[in-house]
Design a protein around this ligand. Structure first.
Ligand SMILES: Nc1nc2c(ncn2[C@@H]2O[C@H](COP(=O)(O)OP(=O)(O)OP(=O)(O)O)[C@@H](O)[C@H]2O)c(=O)[nH]1
Ligand SMILES: [Mg+2]
Length: 468
């Protein structure tokens, strides 16, 4: 990676959210950042030169008319101690649509190019300041909506995850060296067959295969911390799904009426529980012989069940169970779920025992009323202990949370397993060494090493906003 690139152009963008606000920042990065800024900035006291890592008060002027456009604080940071590792200038002005647009226009006129989404961070990566997993952590950090995903992103940004990958890479390098040394040594196949493998298979397993597999196995926990836990409310019409959604959210999100079939589409919202984002979906009630719109709704309900991490299945405790309840059971029985016997405030008609008998796969049953705040509190506790405990328990370990990283690790494990088999059958030193090499390149791909795949970078950095 070339850390001293000088052929890049200079980019600029508004780095703060667009709109009226206290401060708006325009960020400029590249070899021309300082000359561009000097064309349009007048400090209040004339200075021969701007010093790096200093702040200057002054005005942005339109160089063609001399008109004052905004009063600003300008910071200049010379490469390489900057976000992008290039020269960076930041103009802190007032935030408003017209003023920021005007200043950005002047910056562009003075020679900068408008940055594409994530281009500053892309330069930080290409400049070698951060690896690809850290760049991805920057996106996660910006997108974080709760405490746990934020702390996961922060730790990844600090390099905890990268360090773990680097440790494994070191181990692999060590094994590779041992393999190569032994191959130089025993040229002929017969010799190799007689000897013990250059890399003890047990060591390969203990130091790489098992730890990598363990990390892959924890992916779901990491994913829940990063993306949130998806919970879907299902049941036949009128059992109180929308009422429960509103109660959990603490606001009137969905329409509630006494007419069965009120909700016809999937309604999504989110709340935070124990620091984890819970995405909750309210769905159309499942029933026999629905009308055309409703049956489309029911189809969506079933899709949501398939995609969700868990299901809350509601039954109306004040009325007898029906074959429609049995239909709902069939669609959720094999998935993680909890039964909620709702309308507990009314005289109960359905006993917990009856539910257990009729629906043997449903072992977690809670009686509650969507109208009772205490019951909602109890439900929240149950949700936290049953569904969020595992991710919360592994909160401090180095977790895998990104699908791309998971794919790389899975492929690395496959190569390592093949290497193990080849070593065990002796005489295949070359091939085993090849597998170790490819495992290593999978680890390196997580960090974005080994030639940048432009398409991959475009995909990753397009998730950013402009100005980051
Ligand atoms: N007494 C009592 N009534 C409830 C409770 N929960 C919901 N209801 C009532 O039951 C009726 C249906 O509630 P909804 O929340 O619309 O039910 P739903 O499951 O979303 O119904 P659909 O959208 O038609 O599938 C409304 O009249 C609610 O006021 C409860 O715990 N106790
Ligand atoms: Mg509803």
């Amino acid at each position: 990676m070339d850390l001293n690139r000088t052929d890049e152009d200079t980019i600029a963008a508004i780095a703060t959210p667009l709109g009226e606000g206290g401060i708006g920042i325009i960020r400029i990065s590249g070899p021309e950042a300082l000359p561009i800024a000097q064309k349009i900035f007048r400090p209040d006291t004339a200075r021969p030169a701007l010093q790096s890592h200093h702040l200057y008060h002054g005005w942005i002027l339109d160089p063609t008319t001399g008109e004052r456009v905004d009063e600003v604080i300008l910071s200049y940071m010379a490469a390489p101690r900057t976000y992008t590792r290039e020269d960076v200038v930041e103009i802190n002005g007032h935030s408003g649509y017209a003023v920021l647009d005007r200043v950005l226009g002047l910056v562009i006129q003075a020679g900068a190019r408008l940055a594409s989404p994530g281009e500053f961070t892309r330069r930080a990566f290409l400049g070698g300041r951060i690896d690809l997993s850290q760049a991805e952590a920057v996106i996660d950090l910006i997108h974080s909506r709760c405490e746990k995903s934020l702390s996961l992103a922060t730790r990844q940004l600090q390099g905890e995850f990268r360090d773990r990958i680097l440790q494994w890479r070191e181990t692999l390098l060590h094994f590779q060296a041992a393999m190569e040394a032994s191959m130089d040594f025993s040229e002929d196949l017969e010799d190799e067959k007689e000897e013990d493998p250059a890399v003890p298979i047990q060591e390969l397993e203990n130091r790489l295969i098992i730890p990598l597999q363990e990390m892959v196995a924890q992916y779901d926990r990491g994913r829940v911390l990063r993306e949130g836990f998806t919970l879907v409310l299902v049941g036949k019409p009128n059992v109180g799904k929308s009422s429960l959604l509103n109660a959990l959210l603490g606001k009137d999100r969905a329409i509630v009426t006494e007419t069965p079939g009120t909700t016809r589409d999937v309604i999504e919202d989110a709340f935070v529980l124990s620091g984890i984002l819970v995405r909750i979906l309210d769905t159309a009630g499942i029933r026999h012989a629905p009308d055309a719109i409703e049956s489309l709704g029911i189809e969506r309900t079933l899709h949501s069940v398939a995609d969700a991490d868990a299901t809350l299945w509601l039954l109306d405790q004040s009325r007898p169970l029906t074959p429609e309840d049995d239909t709902v059971y069939e669609s959720i029985a094999s998935r993680p779920h909890m039964v909620l016997l709702n309308k507990h405030d009314l005289p109960p008609v359905v006993a917990v025992e009856e539910v257990k008998r009729r629906y043997p796969a449903s072992t977690r049953i809670l009686e509650l009323s969507a109208f009772n705040p205490q019951d909602i509190g109890t439900l929240r506790e149950h949700l936290a202990t049953h569904f969020l405990k595992q991710p919360l328990d592994s909160d401090r370990s180095v977790l895998l949370s990104n699908l791309r990283h998971r794919d790389c690790l899975v492929q690395a494990v496959e190569s390592l397993l093949r290497a193990g088999e080849l070593l065990a059958s002796r005489g295949y030193g070359e091939l085993a060494a090849e597998e170790l090499r490819s495992a290593r390149s999978q680890l390196e791909a997580i960090l974005g090493w080994g030639g940048s795949d432009e398409e991959l970078l475009d995909r990753i950095f397009s998730q950013f906003c402009i100005g980051k």
